[in-house]
Design a protein around this ligand. Structure first.
Ligand SMILES: Nc1ncnc2c1ncn2[C@@H]1O[C@H](COP(=O)(O)OP(=O)(O)OP(=O)(O)O)[C@@H](O)[C@H]1O
Length: 304
C-alpha cells in the first residue's frame, strides 16, 4: 500500500492512464478520487461510471452522447460520460465488464481523443484523464477472448495493485482508527484493534467499515467487537478472481510465517485443544478459529 500511495503521487504528475487492480472493497474508487484531487485536473469533473451496471442498448449514447431525435426517447441532446469528463477525469469502474462492442468504441475514443455523438456526423475533441479499475484478472479475460488485447495495452499503461486488507495489517490499524474516529468519541482499545487485525476481511475496507458501523450501534447493548466478528462472513468468494499463482505465493507466505508455525506447534502441544492453545498464544479462541479456517480454505482453494 505504501508503494501504491507512492505510485499514485507519481501518476498524479501526468495524465497517464492508470489501471487500479484489486479485490472488491480494497478502495479503488477512493484511490481514483484521490488521484484526481492530486492532479492538475482537480478543478475539472470526476465522472465515475460503473461499466457493469450500464444497460447494453444505451452504452454508445451514454459514452459518446446523443443528439435530440437520434432514437426513440432521445428528447434532448446528451453530452455523454466522456464529454462530461472534459478537462477532468473519467473513472471506469469494473472495466472488465465492458461489452466487446463498446471496448472497440472506447479504443477509438482513446486513439482519436474525440467522440461522435449518436445521430451526429461530427466528431468533438475531448481532453480527459482515464482511470480504470477492475477486480478481475484482465489478462485472463484477454486470453479468454472477452477483453480486447489492444485495449488492454492502452489501459495498462500505469497499473497500481491494491493489496487485500489482510495483507496490509499495519495500514488496517490506521484505516480502522480513521473510520472509528468518525463514528465515536472514544478510542478503540488495543484488544479491539488486535481482533480487527486477526480477521481475514474478505470484503476488505468495505467490510471493515460495515463492522465498525455496526459495532458503534450495538456496543451500548453489550455486544463486543469479537461478538460481531464471530458472525461476520469470512469466506473467500473474492479470492476466486485471484490468479492461482498469486494465491500460491500468498499461501507460501502464510505457511512460512512464524504466526502459522507457532499456531501449529501450540495446537500440537495442547493436544488440539483450541481454548488452551488460544490462551497460550494470547489470542481469542475465535481468532484462532479464523486463522485455522483461512489456512484450510487456502489449502482447499489450491487443490481445486
Ligand atoms: N483508506 C480508506 N479509508 C477509509 N475508508 C475507505 C478507505 N478505502 C476504502 N474505504 C471505504 O471502503 C468502501 C469501499 O471502497 P471503494 O468503493 O473505493 O472500493 P472498491 O475497491 O472500488 O470496491 P469495488 O471493487 O467493489 O467497486 C467505501 O465505503 C470507502 O469509503
Amino acid at each position: 500500500m505504501a508503494d501504491s500511495k507512492k505510485l499514485l503521487e507519481i501518476a498524479a504528475r501526468s495524465s497517464i492512464p492508470v489501471l487500479l487492480c484489486g479485490e472488491s472493497g480494497t478502495g479503488k474508487e477512493v484511490m481514483a478520487r484521490r488521484l484526481h484531487a492530486m492532479s492538475d485536473r482537480a478543478q475539472g469533473a470526476f465522472v465515475a461510471v460503473n461499466c457493469g451496471a450500464i444497460s447494453p442498448g444505451l452504452v454508445e449514447s451514454l459514452f459518446e452522447g446523443s443528439c435530440r431525435g437520434a432514437f426513440t426517447g432521445a428528447v434532448s441532446n446528451q453530452q455523454g460520460f466522456v464529454r462530461a469528463a472534459d478537462h477532468g477525469t473519467l473513472f471506469l469502474d469494473e472495466i472488465g465488464e465492458l461489452p466487446l462492442e463498446i471496448q472497440t468504441r472506447l479504443l477509438r475514443i482513446l486513439q482519436e481523443r474525440s467522440v461522435t455523438p449518436v445521430g451526429s456526423q461530427q466528431s468533438i475533441p475531448v481532453d480527459f484523464r482515464l482511470i480504470c479499475a477492475t477486480h478481475r484478472n484482465l489478462q485472463a479475460a484477454v486470453c479468454a477472448g472477452k477483453f480486447r488485447e489492444d485495449l488492454f495495452f492502452r489501459l495498462n499503461v500505469f497499473p497500481i495493485r491494491l493489496l487485500p486488507l489482510r495483507e496490509r495489517i499495519d495500514e488496517l490499524r490506521t484505516i480502522a482508527v480513521e473510520i472509528w474516529r468518525e463514528l465515536s468519541s472514544r478510542n478503540l482499545t488495543e484488544s479491539e484493534l488486535k481482533s480487527l487485525c486477526q480477521f481475514p476481511w474478505p470484503g476488505n475496507v468495505r467490510q471493515l467499515k460495515n463492522v465498525l458501523e455496526r459495532f458503534q450501534l450495538l456496543q451500548n447493548l453489550g455486544e463486543t467487537l469479537d461478538d460481531i466478528l464471530s458472525s461476520e462472513p469470512w469466506d473467500f468468494r473474492s479470492l476466486q478472481n485471484i490468479h492461482v499463482q498469486e494465491l500460491s505465493a500468498s499461501l507460501y507466505r502464510s505457511v512460512k510465517t512464524p504466526a502459522w508455525k507457532s499456531i501449529q506447534e501450540t495446537l500440537l502441544q495442547c493436544g488440539n485443544n483450541k481454548t488452551k492453545a488460544a490462551a497460550r498464544l494470547g489470542i481469542s479462541r475465535g481468532s484462532l478459529c479464523y486463522q485455522i479456517k483461512i489456512h484450510n480454505q487456502q489449502l482447499r482453494n489450491l487443490e481445486n
